[in-house]
Design a protein around this ligand. Structure first.
Ligand code: AMP
Length: 315
């Protein structure tokens, strides 16, 4: 990984240790300036940048963390292939309004002797937890708890793109009485609908066009719901069929309660349609809120309005 040059990001400080981070934040904290945290694994795209820009509009100081967390990758998964572009990320984060980039080493986050984990029970059994194993969310919840303790932000921003993760983080913040507000932001998409993801850069041209099947699957179910279909079976079949028509085999397609992730049989209120699929060796996820009773053409699955804080599952 190439080091970040100070010239690339003159206004933003780059810190690599918890001690440096706390020193960098101390004056703002003493002055009562609101501190916002945007946790990321880097390879920043417009989805991340929308979180950073939003934070910068609202907070006096914005910290962006850049850490590819090995603990949340399953053995044999794509940890090694995960894109790392620290120099570009620093420039992008600075341009989007970050004041501090926290880019710790693995040893800084998990020093020798590290033996603690944070686990949210129940919610993590489903969807991504079922597909990726319990260690995935244990890795996420442990590192997010650590980042929140390291930076002690007033508010932390997360994307609705990772709907279950957002719900799990809200749960852990509430359960552990962590003094931080969690705010969610809508999924940012490419013009053709593909949800932005750091993993998209791993797709070749053919894979990229097949990946579009995920957002098309959400669209087809949303259209059906908008047209009055309430049966989960029919909505799920529409999403699955759309994916299979593009040669994409779903890892899962699930229609669940937004707060509990319990599967639902019929659409009677907001429901989370969550999907995951492998495009060869690149695993992608996407989701949308389906809302009943909205007759007419739903060309895009429902998303919260800009600035809307999601209080249910993400949403
Ligand atoms: P990651 O770097 O993938 O761990 O993502 C860092 C944060 O950015 C998480 O809160 C994600 O939910 C969020 N994020 C990732 N992709 C998007 C997107 N397309 N739109 C909005 N937020 C996103």
């Amino acid at each position: 990984m190439s080091p970040i040059t100070p010239t690339a990001v003159s206004r933003m400080s780059i810190v690599r240790t918890v001690a440096e981070l706390r020193t960098a934040l101390a004056p703002a904290r003493r002055a009562g300036v609101e501190i916002g945290l945007v946790p990321t694994m880097g390879a920043l795209h417009d989805g991340h940048l929308s979180l950073i820009r939003h934070a910068a509009e609202r907070c006096g100081l914005v910290v962006v963390s850049l850490f590819v967390n090995p603990a949340q990758f399953n053995a044999g998964s794509d940890l090694e292939r995960y894109p790392r572009r620290e120099r570009d990320d620093a420039a992008l984060a600075a341009a989007a309004g970050a004041d501090v980039l926290f880019a710790p080493s693995v040893e800084e986050v998990y020093p020798p002797g590290f033996a603690t984990s944070v686990e949210v029970i129940g919610l993590t059994d489903r969807l991504e937890g079922a597909a990726r194993g319990s260690e995935h969310f244990r890795g996420v919840t442990t590192v997010v708890t650590k980042l929140l303790c390291m930076a002690m932000p007033d508010v932390a921003y997360f994307g609705q793109k990772d709907a279950q993760q957002l719900l799990v983080i809200r749960r852990l913040v509430e359960d552990l009485n962590l003094p931080v507000r969690i705010e969610a932001r809508p999924t940012v998409r490419e013009p053709d609908g593909l949800a932005m993801s750091s993993r998209n850069v791993l797709l070749d041209t053919d894979q990229r066009s097949r990946a579009l099947a995920l957002s098309e699957a959400l669209d087809s179910a949303a259209r059906l719901a908008a047209g009055g279909e309430r049966s989960a079976e029919a909505l799920l079949a529409a999403a699955s069929d759309t994916m299979r028509a593009s040669g994409v085999v779903p890892d899962y397609v699930a229609l669940v309660e937004p707060d509990t992730l319990e599967p639902i049989d019929r659409l009677s209120g907001d429901a989370l349609l969550a999907i995951a699929a492998r495009i060869d060796d690149v695993r992608l996820i996407d989701n949308a809120i389906l809302r009943p009773g909205r007759a007419g053409s739903a060309s895009r699955p429902s998303q919260p309005l800009p600035g809307e804080t999601i209080t249910t599952c993400n949403a």
